[in-house]
Design a protein around this ligand. Structure first.
Ligand SMILES: N[C@@H](CCC(=O)N[C@@H](CS)C(=O)NCC(=O)O)C(=O)O
Length: 210
């Protein structure tokens, strides 16, 4: 398998965690987002959206991190599943995972931040305010959902798709100096996750940077 990856991409970070949890072997090929390689013809042929990640599994080329994580879960069922067995519980896990992936991350990804600065003239402070605002909106709600659902992890005591989605967002919230002291549940779950080897190995500091 080949993961088209960038160390600081939180969407790619999700897929690295999922691959590690599934104990799958994969090669990583860096697509440098700072060098603009995501917009090269070569990468657009892999992902017409010009995003990382993309995952090549044999003949199959996949995009969209959450779709890739669910693909890995279904295609490689031998190891632990990212989703609980009941339909209702799966919906709860997906709700938390998608809160991050659909309602926080797209508002704060690289192209959005670049647009704010280069097209709308936002200052560094305004960009940071924007970033933090959408993290707080999402995390305020997620913190309440964790009151109802969390144990050691987002949903009970089993690692799930919600944790795969959350940990990279917490990493980025720290990068953008969000005040994380308001989120005891999120912090507890994140601490529990990052002590696990599959999460440790997926951390941006453990990746090739260029
Ligand atoms: N919904 C997509 C989002 C992917 C995404 O936003 N990737 C970012 C890095 S985290 C990217 O490649 N950005 C390139 C750019 O903005 O130019 C997914 O989950 O795969």
């Amino acid at each position: 398998m080949i993961l088209y990856d960038y160390y600081r991409s939180s969407a790619a970070y999700r897929v690295r965690i999922a691959l590690n949890l599934k104990e799958l072997d994969y090669q990583q090929q860096t697509v440098s987002l700072v060098a603009g390689e995501q917009r090269s013809a070569e990468h657009l042929a892999r992902n017409p959206q010009g995003f990382v990640p993309a995952l090549q599994d044999g003949e199959l080329l996949l995009t969209q991190s959450m779709a890739i994580c669910e693909y890995l879960d279904e295609r490689y069922p031998e190891t632990r599943s990212f989703l609980p067995s009941s339909i209702a519980d799966r919906a709860k896990v997906r709700a938390m995972a998608l809160l991050v992936a659909c309602d926080i991350h797209p508002l704060n990804n690289l192209r959005m931040l670049k647009y704010l600065v280069s097209e709308l003239g936002a200052s560094h402070e305004q960009k940071t305010d924007w970033y933090q605002h959408w993290v707080y909106q999402g995390f305020d709600a997620l913190e309440q959902m964790l009151d109802a659902n969390a144990g050691d992890f987002c949903f009970g005591d089993q690692v799930s798709l919600a944790d795969i989605s959350l940990v990279p967002q917490v990493y980025n919230a720290h990068r953008f100096e969000c005040d994380m002291s308001r989120y005891p549940n999120i912090n507890r779950v994140n601490e529990n996750c990052i002590q696990l080897k599959p999460f440790m190995m997926a951390h941006p500091d453990q990746q090739v940077t260029e």
